[in-house]
Design a protein around this ligand. Sequence first.
Ligand code: ATP
Ligand code: MG
Length: 333
Amino acid sequence: QRRIFSGIQPTGNLHLGNYLGAVRNWVALQNEYECIFCMVDMHAITASLLNADELRNSTRELAAAMIASGIDPKKNILFNQSQNPDHATLAWIFNCVARLGWMNRMTQFKEKAGKDRENASLGLYAYPALMAADILVYKATHVPVGEDQKQHIELTRDIAQKFNHDYATELFPITEPLIFGTATRVMSLRDGAKKMSKSDASDQSRINLTDTADMIADKIKRAKTDPELLPDTAAGLEGRPEAQNLMGIYAALSGQTLDQAVAVAAGKGWGDFKKLLTETAVSVLDPITSEMRRLMADPGYVDGILREGGEKARALSAPVVKEVYDTVGFLRP
Ligand code: ATP
Ligand code: MG
């Protein structure tokens, strides 16, 4: 039996990378598996402390975006992380399981901490241990993620293995990553070598789910390209990160394979291709954006869903935490 856990940070607007690399695949999974979808607000403050009203609002907006994208809150558990303190409790124990050597290899920390590492928060460093706790506090067997999170899933497996080994138990499953399809790593529109991120300072680098059709058109128009023509075959995209990215986005949005997308675009100039890409993006995103606006008009509705989800989540994690306490030797008199 599979249990799926997926987390997403309310650090800002959901973007096309999150949608194609994550949320869209989650929608497909909910029909087959028991799914837990978590707005990880405790992760959201690791890079820098946020304005409280903004964080609350981003959390609601993210939940609305997920529901608008097709996640059914009745069928799944949808909640924000901080409502269930079991995540933080297990994370502390995992801080004591994970080794410094393991944490030092995490590329996300290196990227997010940047040059000024002395000034990065301890939370940013410990982020992967909290993520392991998010997953294992529900004994989740599978985690759908983009390429960027693969290393953190490997760390989650290492933590589970060490815990199981050191306490001679089989308490935790060894979680598998689920990586899907054509858009597992959508890149920035400004730099084909950087992934599209909520936390990128440039709003021009990403297409947000809340962008209007005009904004989408403008961002695609200004997206970085190269001076060459579009290729006739997918192999011709090699060594051309910007072309590869835009073609990959077009393929994923239009439901075509990369080969099919290249064939459709072959012979077109960049201008015409960008128009086609814009039309495709708007037709996919527009219904989601309008549904999101409708949901956000009644924040009480979204809050009710998150509250109910938080209760259901805690009911699942409470017995696991008890098991962990007994295994570790934390007295429960
Ligand atoms: P931040 O910049 O704050 O880290 P993010 O854009 O990386 O934000 P996350 O909340 O960290 O978003 O990740 C949510 C999910 O979206 C994860 O499953 C992650 O793998 C996926 N994801 C994030 N960015 C991309 C991308 N550019 N392409 C494909 N999937 C992505
Ligand atoms: Mg991220």
